[in-house]
Structures are given as structure tokens and as C-alpha cells.
Design a binder for this molecule. Structure first.
Ligand SMILES: C[S@@+](CC[C@H](N)C(=O)[O-])C[C@H]1O[C@@H](n2cnc3c(N)ncnc32)[C@H](O)[C@@H]1O
Length: 275
């Protein structure tokens, strides 16, 4: 099959579209990466060039193609209890957080991918709060991609995905289920009920839907790395208004708050507290 070549002019159009609609800022050197990631999709749609693909994206007012595009451009890699140090920090600070909030916890897993992050939060709270059923816990889990959200909402994971879970967690928080002749694990309904899954684009989403000072904890990990500085700063500013006083923001270990640091106290690597 003939190889599709992404022309510089087409790349410039896609670059601007991706930045405007997903918030991901692609440098000029990413032309070959974009060509490699999108070529299969362009052919699958029966289109003959990236220019035609761009027209298809612009004409798609329902955002179906935008979905595909975002899953091809960014990665959905995630795992249970990713960034172990952050969980240790949370464990040490959980009693003081609960004391401050009076047992009510509102948590946002922003860019939750296939759900391992919000389910880790639910398992973590079940494990470390002695009277967890008496607490009022709600976890909002959002992502731009409805494809990953569908997987998250099912809450069924392969044995490989469950390998990072601590001893005993599978037995306590999952039930085995056969999926296409493979043993998989389904998260228990009790934990699932604490989580609300929603589609939300962190860059173009309607933040007016959220109340100010709504969350005690925000996890926004391993997504800001795709955004440029102004987009990152705007997002951090949003998070600041959405956190309760002394609320915590957890970001990915390869990310950092630079310009907004004065608004947040740095507590540990990639963990910030609203002053
Ligand atoms: C690498 S995963 C991170 C998952 C999880 N937070 C973690 O750290 O394991 C990045 C996720 O960000 C999502 N994403 C990319 N751009 C986004 C945007 N503009 N708004 C919301 N989510 C976005 C992707 O769909 C993907 O699921």
C-alpha cells in the first residue's frame, strides 16, 4: 500500500486544530510522529490525503473524529496506584484531611483514562479510612476520550493490568469474570458507586459547570505534559479556584508547577497544597 505523506502545509493545519480543540501543543519536529499516528486512520476512512482528513475533522460537528484524533495523539497509558510516593503522602495526610472536611471528601481524577486512577482512589480510601461507609465520598472521573471512559465505566481489567495491585486487593475489591476465554477482574459495585464518570475536555471544557472550592483533592497526572505553558497555567489557575482551602493538587512526576507556585505550597514531589 502506498505510504501517505503529511505535507508541511497539512501539518500546520492539523497542528492548529489539535492545539485549539485538544490543547496539545505539537512542535514542528512532530510532523513524522503525526504522520505515523494518523496514516492508518486516514486510510481507514477511505481518504486520500491528510488534507482530506483535515476537512473531515472540520466538517465533523459531533466531535466523533476529534475523539479518534485525541486518542491517537495522546497516550492513555495508566496503571493502578501509579506514582507510589504520592499514595504514601496521601496515607500520611488522610487523617488531617478528613478532620478538616468532617468526613466529606470530594475528589476529581481529571484525565482518568481507563479508570485505574479513580478506582485506585476508591480502593485507597476503603483501605485507609476505618469507618469509610460513614463518610460522604464522591469521586469525579473525567477524560476527553469517550473510548477510554467506556472501559473505565465497565471496570473490568486483565490479569496483567491487575499485577500492580497489592496482595489481597484483588480478593477484596474485585470479582473474577471470564472475558473471551480470559480470566479478568471486575471492580466491586460498592467502589464503583462512589465514582461518577464524565466526558470533559480540560482545555475547552465549560468550567462554569463546576462550583468554586468544590474539591478537596484533584489528581491531574500525566496529561499537562502535552499542553504548552499558557494552557498549563490557565488550567492550574482553574484548579486553584476549584480546590477547597488547603486542598491538594497531585500532578505527574514529570510535570511541575512553575509560574503558579506562589498560589500553592509545594508539599512533596508533584504534590501541591492550596494556601
Ligand atoms: C497518560 S493518560 C494519564 C492517565 C492518568 N491520569 C495517569 O496518570 O495514569 C492521559 C489522559 O489524558 C487524556 N487527555 C488528553 N488530552 C486531554 C484534554 N484536553 N482533556 C482531558 N483529558 C485529556 C487522554 O485521553 C488520556 O486518557
Amino acid at each position: 500500500m502506498e505510504q501517505l505523506v503529511l505535507k508541511r502545509r497539512e501539518f500546520t493545519l492539523l497542528q492548529a486544530f489539535i492545539y485549539q480543540h485538544i490543547g496539545i501543543s505539537l512542535g514542528d519536529h512532530k510532523i513524522y510522529l503525526v504522520q505515523a499516528r494518523l496514516a492508518k486512520r486516514v486510510k481507514q476512512l477511505g481518504l486520500e490525503s491528510f488534507g482530506e482528513y483535515y476537512d473531515h475533522l472540520v466538517a465533523d460537528t459531533k466531535g466523533v473524529e476529534l475523539e479518534y484524533l485525541s486518542s491517537l495523539i495522546s497516550t492513555n497509558v495508566t496503571s493502578f496506584f501509579r506514582e507510589q510516593k504520592q499514595w504514601e503522602f496521601l496515607k500520611a495526610h488522610l487523617p488531617s484531611i478528613l478532620e478538616r472536611t468532617g468526613g466529606k471528601l470530594r475528589i476529581w481524577s481529571a484525565a482518568c483514562s481507563t479508570g485505574e486512577e479513580p478506582y485506585s482512589l476508591a480502593m485507597f480510601l476503603a483501605e485507609h479510612i476505618p469507618n469509610v461507609t460513614q463518610c460522604d465520598i464522591k469521586i469525579l472521573a473525567t477524560d476527553v476520550s469517550s473510548k477510554v471512559l467506556k472501559i473505565a465505566m465497565k471496570g473490568i481489567y486483565s490479569q496483567k493490568a491487575c499485577m500492580s495491585l497489592k496482595e489481597g486487593y484483588l480478593r477484596k475489591y474485585f470479582s473474577p469474570i471470564m472475558v473471551e476465554n480470559e480470566v479478568c477482574y471486575r471492580i466491586n459495585d460498592m467502589l464503583k458507586k462512589q465514582i461518577i464518570f464524565r466526558e470533559f475536555n480540560l482545555v475547552t471544557g465549560q468550567y462554569s459547570l463546576f462550583a468554586q472550592k468544590e474539591f478537596d483533592i484533584i489528581f491531574c497526572r500525566n496529561v499537562m505534559i502535552y499542553f504548552d505553558k499558557p494552557t498549563q497555567n490557565a488550567l492550574i489557575e482553574r484548579f486553584h479556584t476549584m480546590l477547597t482551602k488547603e486542598g491538594y493538587l497531585f500532578i505527574g512526576s514529570s510535570e511541575a508547577l512553575t509560574d503558579m507556585k506562589k498560589e500553592f505550597k509545594s508539599k512533596s514531589a508533584s504534590i501541591y497544597q492550596k494556601g
